[in-house]
Design a protein around this ligand. Sequence first.
Ligand code: COD
Length: 298
Amino acid sequence: MISKLNELVELAKKRPRRRIAIAAAGDYEVLEAIQHAIGEGWIEPILIGHKPAITTIAEELQFDLSPFEIIHVPDSVQAAYEATRLVREGYADVLMKGLVSTQYLLRAVLDKENGLRAGDLLSHVAFFESPYYHKLLGLTDAAMNVNPTFEDKVALINNAVDAFHKLGVEVPKVAVIGSVETINPKMEATMHAATLSMMNKRNQIKGCIVDGPLALDNAVSRKSAELKHIESDVAGDVDLIVAPEINGANFLYKALNFIGGATAAAVIMGARVPIVLTSRADNERSKFLSIALAAAMD
Ligand code: COD
């Protein structure tokens, strides 16, 4: 069990140093997070972007960039393609989003010939440390797959479970969330959840325990589950929440961060390498911890 995001930093320290390509690196908080991670000794950056912007921010941060490679690509979309190319050709082990729109970075990553696809679906996994929950809480997919089909949800679970395994959590507990914990044929999310749960029981989804549909309250609170007479190995001890679609996931992500006192670390899984994809709204600590998350993966 991992209960604090700082444990990711400890895991990252035990892994070989990672080379990280930052697409459009001219962003204050991204560079601050990179500076912080270099200080910890577990990454080596390649900075791709508008060189004068990068060096100006570095001066403000008193960040000595002289040991590191900076590749001058003024256009942020081109920087996304160049950073992706460097990873694809083996010059870097991790890709990170800087000051470029998520969609453009993801399009570079999904490019059929020059991207980083590994075969199946790519998806976003976030890990939260909340003062109101006893361990890290995973969430998928708040940033990439807009309206996942049933088959996509199988891949979302597999990608996120893979992330847990890479962090040493052997059998994560997965809750497929609906607005209710009973099956309502008019609510497709509950039908999906029940089928995913049964697929897990029949060993068609492995390496985890899946239950659903669960509503958010009974996924995270055993008391709430007991009040509703729900018998579940997942209720109250969930590791991963699978949201019905991106809006619900994104609301939850931002609610946890902005009014729930939580901190997040997030990556895209399912590509050839982990991709650090934080939003502009995430602070330096969240970006730093997301780098740690990517570097911590075995
Ligand atoms: N994994 C693997 N392949 C994919 C995926 C995926 N997750 N998504 C699309 N593809 C493949 C498709 O099968 C197809 O072959 C090709 O990529 C193009 O698919 P489209 O037409 O859906 O591609 P786009 O470029 O229109 O959209 C892909 C995005 C990832 C950009 C899109 O899904 C998107 O905008 N997602 C939300 C990004 C966002 O705004 N996030 C911020 C919210 S915080």
